[in-house]
Design a protein around this ligand. Structure first.
Ligand SMILES: CC(C)(COP(=O)(O)OP(=O)(O)OC[C@H]1O[C@@H](n2cnc3c(N)ncnc32)[C@H](O)[C@@H]1OP(=O)(O)O)[C@@H](O)C(=O)NCCC(=O)NCCS
Length: 337
């Protein structure tokens, strides 16, 4: 049974069943990843940036004898943003290879097509069944990053404290839990704008002040706590570097490292290493239950990979972006239409 589904009005039994399915998927595909919790999951699945929409469907087993909802076997949602629909699909390991994944993608693709979007993108984790699945559906690989994970228990905190202060004179490093202070939003957005031409793929960066405010607000609404460390160029007051970490309520023992940027003119002064080291030191006291931090980097970004290795990050998996033309996908899955 497949139906459109609204996480805002879903019963708590459905939310609980979805978490069980998600955790069964993680146990099968990414056994080293921490299981998800129910906290703020509803908000995580429903809150979006202004102008974006997320449409979801669930597949579940027949209702139980007592009339309760059947277990959730699959879930798909598509986030409509810009001119692209970004898909996420889950099929419970016990229900795989029965065509359910393909059925869910067919439904979502039809809707994306009807809504007038031209392409669909998806993040695919290396060495999981999703690779063969999306390739069988005709998606092609656009971009590959490497995910790395830092185990905080293995960090040498004394060395890290030295790294955090080893920044050239003329820069001040500041910790901003919750997001950049209002008086620095413009400078922060300017620093992000510097790298806007680099391919941010399916995770677009926010580079104008209003979009940045909206993005921080959306993170908070989704139960994801942002932490920021800034390097300020003291003479000009400009943001010379920034690093962003988010601690999600859904898996608070593993934080996500988002963007780290050092503005071109300020490279070569030890800022990357210093701001990342300072972030880890601050997180250690602000989030005592945090055990790991994960980050994603382009394989070509050698300078950043080197600093990450010094901090103790270990590369883990390939993380790939795939995309497909919606009309072609609809036709392939539904040749009669
Ligand atoms: C990818 C996924 C959605 C596929 O769901 P599914 O219901 O098993 O897929 P389908 O039965 O519709 O398979 C369609 C086609 O994809 C291909 N395919 C799917 N799984 C495959 C696998 N394990 N090996 C090889 N090909 C596979 C096959 O061509 C298959 O057609 P066939 O069964 O007729 O040969 C499912 O494995 C899943 O939920 N994976 C987790 C997704 C994820 O994002 N994980 C990351 C952590 S959250």
């Amino acid at each position: 049974m497949v139906r459109e589904w609204d996480p805002r009005t879903a019963s708590s039994a459905e939310i609980a069943s979805l978490v069980d399915t998600l955790n069964a998927v993680l146990a099968a595909d990414l056994p080293q990843d921490p299981p998800w919790r129910e906290s703020s999951l509803r908000e995580y699945l429903s809150e979006v940036m202004p102008g974006e929409r997320r449409i979801s469907w669930v597949a579940h087993a027949e209702p139980t004898a007592g009339g309760g909802p059947g277990a959730m076997l699959g879930h798909i949602h598509v986030l409509l943003l810009g001119d692209i629909g970004v898909l996420e699909v889950l099929v419970h390991p016990t229900a795989r290879r029965t065509g359910l994944g393909r059925d869910l993608v067919r439904l979502a693709a039809r809707r994306v097509y009807q809504e007038g979007f031209r392409s669909i993108g998806v993040e695919v984790v290396g060495e999981t069944p999703a690779v063969a699945f999306y390739e069988a559906l005709g998606f092609s690989r656009e971009y590959v990053e490497t995910r790395s994970v830092l185990d905080l228990a293995a960090v040498d905190w004394t060395t890290l404290a030295e790294m955090a202060t080893a920044v050239s004179a003329g820069y001040r490093v500041e910790f901003c839990p919750g997001g950049p202070p209002d008086d620095l939003i413009d400078a922060y957005a300017r620093a992000k704008a510097e790298v806007r031409d680099l391919d941010d793929g399916l995770r677009p960066s926010s580079y104008d002040p209003q979009r940045l405010r909206d993005s921080l607000d959306t993170l908070h609404r989704r139960g994801m706590k942002p932490y920021i460390v800034l390097a300020i160029h003291e003479r000009t007051g400009e943001v010379a570097g920034l690093t962003e970490v988010v601690v999600p309520a859904q898996h608070p023992t593993r934080a996500d490292q988002y963007d780290t940027i050092v503005v071109q003119d300020h490279r070569g002064y030890g800022i990357d290493r210093a701001i990342k080291a300072r972030m880890l030191l601050e997180l250690r006291s602000a989030e005592p239950t945090l055990a790991e931090v994960q980050t994603w980097n382009a394989q070509a970004n050698e300078a950043m990979l080197k600093v990450n290795a010094e901090l103790g990050y270990r590369s883990d998996r390939e993380w790939c972006e795939y995309s497909v033309d919606v009309a072609e996908l609809v036709h392939r899955l539904d040749p009669a239409r």
